[in-house]
Design a protein around this ligand. Structure first.
Ligand SMILES: [Zn+2]
Length: 247
């Protein structure tokens, strides 16, 4: 039988056993956010959640439900709020520019301060249960806040924090290092090919896919690329977690 790794599916005894074997919690930092016409709105949950389930089978630990709330840049123009990719006009590449607009399906934004207190509440309770390690990754701005607070939170909660980016990582094979472009599209193709609809994008190479940032997914995304990205990160984080568990 396949190991159970999802927090919400464990009985208290299964929880005790998994926690004693490896006191690692995995937190997918998701959103419900526009990811182009071709990807699901929950792409930021699907990717880390699937990856963490594979990782937990390899090194132990428990996968938490994905958050769907996260911070992002925001602007208010004429009393209308624009979040993240809604802001549109910030791209350096002219072809990728578009007008500010409320992109369909984005329902995730919370201010940095609320996200920080949410994470602190989670850490406090993970510590109370006896977790020693947190792996948190997903939506860029959420992951960045966790990275920026790692040192402080490690000292405060005694929980070592990891993510899936790193200086040894090649950004262009990074895990969730673009927006709905080659990297994210390839990883969703790997884990949930049924949710990827490339046919929703224009075949005209001169029309850039709206609200997509990175290498054009129409020409560069593939299952092979998804496997490559996942393998790089998997090897890196498995080594790091095994070292951390020895301490
Ligand atoms: Zn994303």
């Amino acid at each position: 039988m396949k190991q159970k790794v999802l927090f919400e599916e464990l009985t208290p005894e299964e929880f005790r056993i998994r926690l004693a074997e490896a006191p690692i919690a995995y937190l997918p930092l998701g959103t419900l956010e526009w990811h182009g016409e071709h990807l699901p709105l929950g792409s930021d949950s699907v990717q880390p959640s699937s990856f963490f389930q594979e990782l937990a089978i390899q090194v132990g630990g428990i996968v938490m439900p994905a958050l769907f709330l996260g911070p992002d840049k925001m602007e208010v123009v004429n009393d209308v709020e624009y979040y993240g990719k809604d802001r549109g006009n910030n791209f350096e590449d002219e072809k990728q520019r578009y007008d500010k607009q409320i992109l369909a399906g984005s329902v995730y934004w919370i201010p940095d301060s609320l996200f920080i207190s949410l994470l602190e509440s989670i850490l406090k309770q993970l510590k109370r249960q006896g977790f020693k390690i947190l792996v948190a990754h997903g939506h860029g701005p959420s992951t960045r806040i966790v990275m920026d607070h790692s040192e402080l939170w490690e000292a405060k909660y005694g929980i070592k924090i990891f993510h899936l980016w790193g200086s040894e990582n090649d950004d262009w094979n990074g895990f969730m290092y673009d927006h709905a472009a080659m990297l994210e599209t390839s990883v969703v193709m790997k884990y949930r090919p049924d949710l990827v609809h490339m046919e929703n994008l224009s075949p005209n190479p001169d029309i850039w896919p709206l609200g997509v940032r990175g290498y054009d997914p129409r020409f560069y995304a593939s299952l092979e690329k998804g496997n490559e990205i996942v393998n790089i990160q998997m090897n890196r984080i498995v080594t790091k977690l095994k070292e951390a568990l020895k301490k």
